[in-house]
Design a protein around this ligand. Structure first.
Ligand code: PMP
Length: 321
């Protein structure tokens, strides 16, 4: 049986009442698509630009979607809740697992680089996740290697979810994000701009949108220059390339300097009241540089909000490092 509820922000959600899944799981997805006044992004009369507000997921980021689909897969395989879910994450996936796992009585162990923001560490603590901190110098690769080691050493204790290789990661976006965007733009989306971490967002959403309309342009955003913590964007520049990544799918890759992304975040908050995370700032810069025609409808995935980086006050104030 299905029941429709309002989520407190006036959005209607359909919950499977009486199903085995916690009601909290039913709140994942169906995020708003927010139009940006074009003058805030482009300095000439140009395309319609929309932000997919993924920070409005219950766990505060886009990663609620793949985490939910991966948890469902672990349950379907009979691995969860008998074992603990184990994975590597730069933070947002870890929080999503921890929150959704807590709702369902599923134990969660996450390997996270030790330089994760204090907001992330506090949230993981609050949700009761077991956290294994790894060397910040080894970045996400170090966290992945540690998770692999733990999984190999204690297979009876852990189910290694492996979001970098798990098909449920892009599939979550293929089945939810893409169809929401298609509906919300009445099929008029022409460009999708998304940062690359595990690549699940761009692979899943992009593949489905291209099936609907092969002319849709997919823009992958990566950091340019030294890595200053553009959350979730470093992996493809590093040694471990996600198994779910298909290099043929993106139409182009945009490299954005951290400083430019930060400037964009500060500007957007002041000009529109939308306070987004650093990777959204990078995607906004990439969108500006597209040179898309005024007939274009550009969708930018906004994975998380600036709230998740409040402790990084120097970057918010625009101080030079
Ligand atoms: N931005 C942020 C803030 C993220 O947390 C992530 C995911 N780690 C991404 C971008 C990239 O998303 P994906 O893993 O789907 O490529």
């Amino acid at each position: 049986m299905k029941t429709t509820v309002e989520d407190g922000r006036g959005r209607k959600r359909t919950l499977a009442a009486g199903s085995a899944e916690p009601a909290l799981w039913g709140l994942v997805g169906n995020t708003p698509l927010i139009p940006l006044p074009s003058s805030t992004v482009f300095d000439r009369p140009l395309p319609s630009v929309f932000l997919k507000a993924e920070w409005l997921n219950p766990g505060g980021s886009v990663k609620d979607r793949p985490a939910l689909f991966i948890l469902r897969d672990g349950i379907a395989r009979g691995e969860l809740p008998a074992k603990r879910l184990l994975d590597a994450s730069s933070g947002n996936t870890a929080i999503a697992y921890a929150m959704l796992g807590a709702a369902a009585g599923i134990g969660v162990t996450v390997c996270v680089p030790a330089n994760a923001s204090v907001e992330r560490k506090a949230l993981l603590e609050a949700y009761g996740a077991e956290v294994v901190f790894t060397d910040p110098l080894d970045g996400s690769d170090g966290a992945i290697r540690r998770a692999r080691q733990l999984a190999a050493a204690q297979p009876e204790r852990y189910w290694y979810a492996d979001q970098y290789n798990h098909p449920a990661n892009p599939r979550a976006h293929y089945l939810t994000t893409a169809d929401e965007l298609w509906r919300q733009t009445a099929g008029r989306v022409t460009h999708l701009v998304a940062g690359l971490g595990t690549t699940g967002t761009l692979m899943g959403t992009g593949r489905r949108l291209k099936e609907r309309n092969p002319a849709v342009q997919l823009v992958a955003v990566q950091p340019d220059g030294p890595f200053h913590g553009l959350e979730g964007l470093k992996h493809l520049a590093s040694a471990i390339v996600p198994g779910i990544y298909d290099p043929v799918l993106p139409d182009r890759t945009a490299f954005v300097a951290t400083e430019d992304a930060e400037e964009e975040v500060r500007r957007l908050a002041k000009q529109t009241g939308l306070f987004v995370g650093w990777s959204t700032g990078a995607a906004l810069v990439a969108a500006e540089r597209l040179g898309a025609p005024s007939s274009a409808l550009v969708v930018i995935i906004a994975p998380d909000s600036g709230d998740r980086y409040l402790s990084e006050q120097g970057r918010l104030a625009g101080e030079r490092r």
